[in-house]
Design a protein around this ligand. Structure first.
Ligand code: NAD
Ligand code: DAU
Length: 357
């Protein structure tokens, strides 16, 4: 039985990862989910695990040294999977400070608490691992088609978000280089799937299409992102923990590059096709909803991951192709309108914290 400490497990990718782990390794993993429940954290994402004896939720701030050391002191943690972060680029442009605090100081605190708890003489106890979940945005922006981000691509972050993630990656690297701390880093491309907060492009567009609102497209709509279904990311993390080499970084992506405007049109077409022909919403669902708005400041033009290393060394490949993944995602939002109401109403946290009292 291995004990995982997952940070940010009440967010989008963290909650999908926890579901993945209990589906794949039921009975052989214990998971402690540490989350501050910011606007992006939602215990409703994990309400099905409430009575699972191998699952524990602890509300704590990753910057809080006392709280995090206490968790390590009371639990023999084998593996840390560090998702917790401020994750939205637009918010980082408006308020960079919280990104430096959570993403840089928070990561440093997690590293330090793990280092102290796992210390064994000059080295570390057997079997301990720290997986830092990072992003392809640290590499900056690609312009020429046919060029890709490799693990060796120099860091060139542009937004306060990507700068804070780059800093956190360097902090992890410093722990590896200085203390031989047993850490690994993954840098993944854009995720989509269930439980994604509707400030991000795909859930925002699905929600707006269904409610007949305008669909804001930044700039000329030709910025390119490389989309990966979230459960494929969860599987990649699990495999990197299992087979990855300490001190290494692994890019995760699925060669699924699309312009934003293509994504918006695919969502409109797919929703129209999935709704019954006599659904009253059919009347307002068309390309006229698309509205070009002012561009994001410092907007990166193109991201594209070369997943060669993870394929060759770890044997991971994406399994969910975009036409299937986007249908599953839209279906999930069709079936979870209450979830959408809660996360957009602002009072869901209080409501769902009641469940864990
Ligand atoms: P998210 O915003 O949905 O979730 C973040 C979670 O962290 C929330 O549950 C939030 O409550 C928690 N959190 C925030 N501050 C905290 C703090 N101080 N202490 C404890 N918990 C805190 O983010 P996400 O999209 O699930 O991303 C998770 C991780 O994956 C992030 O590190 C992000 O940089 C990285 N990533 C995201 C994507 C993507 O497409 N979403 C792609 C690659 C990498
Ligand atoms: O690449 C990985 C990153 O992907 C993660 O590290 C981030 O945490 C995650 O938020 C995501 O960042 P992006 O900025 O790429 O995602 P977002 O969904 O915010 O935007 C995707 C693209 O769509 C981007 O080019 C901006 C554009 N966009 C976004 C919104 C919210 C629009 O055109 N209109 C919108 O309303």
């Amino acid at each position: 039985m291995k004990t995982y400490l997952v940070t940010g497990g009440a967010g989008f990718i963290g909650s999908n990862f926890i579901h993945y782990m209990f589906e794949k390794h039921a009975g052989s993993v214990r998971i402690i989910n540490v989350d501050l429940l910011t606007y992006a954290g939602n215990l409703e994402n994990l309400s099905d695990l409430k009575d699972n004896p191998d699952y524990t939720f602890i509300k704590a701030d990753i910057c809080d040294t006392e709280a995090i050391s206490d968790i390590f002191a009371k639990n023999d943690v084998d593996i840390v999977v560090h998702f917790a972060a401020e994750s939205h680029v637009d918010r980082s442009i408006r308020d960079p400070g919280i990104f430096a605090r959570t993403n840089v100081i928070g990561t440093l605190n997690m590293l330090n608490c793990a280092r102290c708890a796992w210390a064994d003489g000059e080295g570390f106890k057997e079997g301990k691992k720290f997986l830092h979940v990072s992003t392809d945005e640290v590499y900056g922006s690609l312009t020429d088609e046919g060029t890709y981000f490799y693990e060796t691509t120099p860091y060139d972050p542009h937004s306060p978000y990507s700068a804070s993630k780059a800093s956190s990656d360097f902090m992890v690297k410093a722990y590896v280089d200085t203390y031989h701390f047993p850490a690994l880093i993954t840098n993944c491309s854009n995720n989509y799937g269930p439980y994604q907060f509707p400030e991000k492009l795909i859930p925002l567009i699905i929600n707006n299409v269904l409610s007949g609102k305008k669909l804001p497209v930044y700039g000329d709509g030709k910025n390119v992102r490389d989309w990966l279904y979230v459960m494929d990311h969860a599987k990649a993390i699990d495999m990197v923990i299992e087979k990855g080499r300490f001190g290494e970084k692994y890019n995760i992506g699925g060669h699924n590059e699309k312009q934003n405007i293509e994504i918006v049109k695919i969502i409109i077409d797919t929703i129209k096709e999935m709704l019954p022909a006599d659904d009253p919403r059919q009347d307002h669902i068309n390309y006229d909803l698309i509205t070009y708005v002012e561009d994001r400041k410092g907007h990166d033009r193109r991201y594209a991951i070369a997943p060669d290393k993870i394929r060759a060394e770890i044997g991971w490949e994406p399994e969910t192709m975009f036409p299937e993944g986007i249908r599953k995602t839209i279906r999930w939002y069709f079936d979870n309108t209450e979830w959408m109401e809660h996360v957009t109403s602002g009072d869901y946290q209080k409501y769902y914290e009641e469940m864990y009292k």
